[in-house]
Design a protein. Sequence first.
Length: 167
Amino acid sequence: MQEEIIINKEQLNSYNSCVSDLIETKIVQSMDKYIQHGDITCLDHCINVSLKSYKVCKFLNLDYKSAARGALLHDFFLYDWHIRGSHVGLHGFRHSKISLQNAEKHFNLNSKEKNIILTHMWPLTLKPPKFKESFVVSLIDKICSSKEIASHIYKKSIIIPFKRRKQ
Ligand SMILES: [Fe+2]
Ligand SMILES: [Fe+2]
């Protein structure tokens, strides 16, 4: 149950021009193979966070392009964290670093984009965000994640039992 993002055509074109070189690559699209929360894939989640970060940063007169790009790659860890053995160490603590390593391997990023990826889990990871855009993305990520998880729990515990009832 993905919530709708209200965005007009002009904003959508502008957003697309910020991220098209990233989002059109196979490696970014491959995030659609991995579940992030409930039935939301990493790609769904990253686009969700990226679009909202773009909108908020544009409204606040911040660097919306770096925010959109950093947010799109903030969970670019490229594994299913639910599967044991898919990664080393605690996912919550380590995936921001792994996402940055992957992003740097495939793309040229500016320092703001790198910081957005590296600090999005703050305060879980101790390094605080260095830029206002990093704070915005970190906050929006937490809001989107909470909504995605709440929506999954609601669907699983309320909606699905009704669907399974036999007449
Ligand atoms: Fe994350
Ligand atoms: Fe995230």
